[in-house]
Ligand binder design. Structure first.
Ligand code: ADP
Ligand code: MG
Ligand code: MG
Ligand code: MG
Length: 417
């Protein structure tokens, strides 16, 4: 009931509270008394339950009015669940099959009921375990191209785009988190920061004195906050992807906002590069030569598939506000449209590298670290992996306008490793 005040779900109360909903009964089982409920959330922000019955199972995700990781002292609006729901609906329409099916949404209770992805696992875990997933590069390259092109002025008419921009414009609290935690905090001694210490102390101090790096981080922050090009996922790392060998699904778009096309692409690819630099820390659980090659190959594949699909959509679906066919193809000037496409892809490439660089930094210097490095128990080994990634990220952020190809980047990664 949309009118009731928010109450957090629990394992004990879930079946009683949601048991009257047909959308759930027909997927789980007609008798809620026989449902079993388990809390599985491993995220930083929300409650996630698996609900099982004699017919099937679903996931129930509920936002809390504060950051779960920190507690009630850090409030966070429940409305992020509304943005997550609307982003999931759009992504599901723009790249069908790549998001979980949605069965029910309750805005007041901040609850989304969705398909239970099984036997899927979180991509980040699979990469730590040394699994070479054959499909993720292609699936994720297509996902970013399709969602980011189809959510932009290249695809949408002005009324539709501006209405959508207005709908998502209130997701300020989550944008504010990214603005602080990704683009600023890593570059000074912010209270929430931490890093592997004392091993990284000297390198961290050097990065925080690095004027060129800080100028780039602020240019990227400006793009993030002011360049409302498309509906971004907003939190597209390998912890927001669930996989089997045959299937790739993207979850958790509660940070959705209108921002630069390059943002999701750079965040995503950065997480493959971080996995690359973390592999030597996991090497006692198997040789990782082939895994390292796989990760560089997959980063390259994501970019190549993204650029190719973006070009394909440019040629076949450019029906929005920008670069109208009446200015180009309709006048026999297909070359003009190709030239404009090249310019746009050049800019995305350049900015993507910058976003990747700062994403790598914030995962090692900021508040939210990632399991790729955190699960390396030997701190000297962890710091060694992290130091390589930090230098790599600095190179991407500062030299991005001079970097020409993924081959060049892979060669740099191999040299550092
Ligand atoms: P948070 O926003 O708190 O990070 P997530 O949406 O990332 O929450 O979900 C947390 C965890 O719950 C995921 O890492 C995954 O293990 C599990 N999970 C979430 N959604 C699903 C789903 N649709 N199917 C299976 N597991 C899921
Ligand atoms: Mg998550
Ligand atoms: Mg989340
Ligand atoms: Mg295609």
């Amino acid at each position: 009931d949309q009118m009731l005040a928010f109450v957090a779900l629990s394992v004990e109360t879930l079946a009683a509270r949601l048991g009257a909903l047909d959308a759930l009964r027909e997927r789980i089982g007609q008798d809620p008394g026989k449902w079993t409920v388990a809390e599985v959330g491993d995220g930083n922000l929300n409650l996630v339950f698996i609900v099982k019955g004699d017919i099937g199972s679903v996931i129930v995700k509920q936002a809390l009015p504060y950051v779960r990781l920190v507690g009630e002292s850090w409030p966070l609006p429940l409305k992020r669940s509304f943005f997550e729901y609307h982003a999931l609906m759009r992504q599901g329409a723009r790249d069908p099959g790549m998001t979980p099916e949605i069965f029910h949404f309750d805005q007041a209770q901040a609850i989304i009921v969705m398909e239970f992805l099984t036997p899927h696992v979180i991509l980040r875990r699979a990469l730590i375990d040394g699994r070479e997933l054959p499909r993720v590069g292609r699936d994720l390259g297509l996902f970013v191209a399709r969602t980011l092109f189809r959510g932009s002025d290249l695809s949408m008419v002005t009324r539709e785009k501006k209405a959508d921009l207005a709908l998502f414009s209130d997701n300020v609290a989550l944008c504010d988190i990214t603005e602080a935690l990704v683009f600023s905090d890593p570059y000074f001694e912010a209270p929430l920061n931490r890093h592997t210490s004392p091993q990284l102390d000297d390198l961290v101090a050097e990065l925080r004195r690095d004027r060129d790096l800080k100028v780039e981080a602020q240019r990227l922050k400006h793009l993030f906050s002011a360049n409302a090009e498309t509906l971004c996922h907003g939190d597209l790392h390998t912890g927001s992807v669930m996989v089997t060998d045959a299937e790739t699904k993207v979850i958790d778009p509660e940070f959705a906002f209108y921002g630069p096309i390059a943002f999701d692409v750079g965040m995503l690819i950065a997480n493959f590069w971080m996995s690359y630099f973390s592999q030597s820390g996991h090497e006692e659980r198997g040789e990782r030569h082939s895994m390292r090659a796989y990760l560089l190959h997959t980063a390259t594949e994501i970019w190549d598939v993204f650029a190719t699909e973006f070009g394909h959509l440019w040629r076949t679906e450019r029906k929005g506000i920008l670069y109208q066919a009446s200015l180009f193809e309709a006048q026999g000037d297909a070359l003009g449209a190709e030239q404009a496409l090249d310019r746009i892809l050049d800019d995305i490439w350049n900015d993507m590298l910058g976003f990747a660089g700062v994403e790598i930094h914030r995962r090692i210097l900021g508040l939210a670290h990632n399991a790729d490095f955190e699960t390396i128990a030997d701190h000297d080994m962890r710091a060694c992996c992290e130091a390589k990634a930090l230098k790599f990220g600095r190179h991407l952020a500062v030299n991005r306008s001079r970097i020409r190809s993924m081959a060049e980047i892979s060669a740099l990664a191999e040299r550092l490793e």
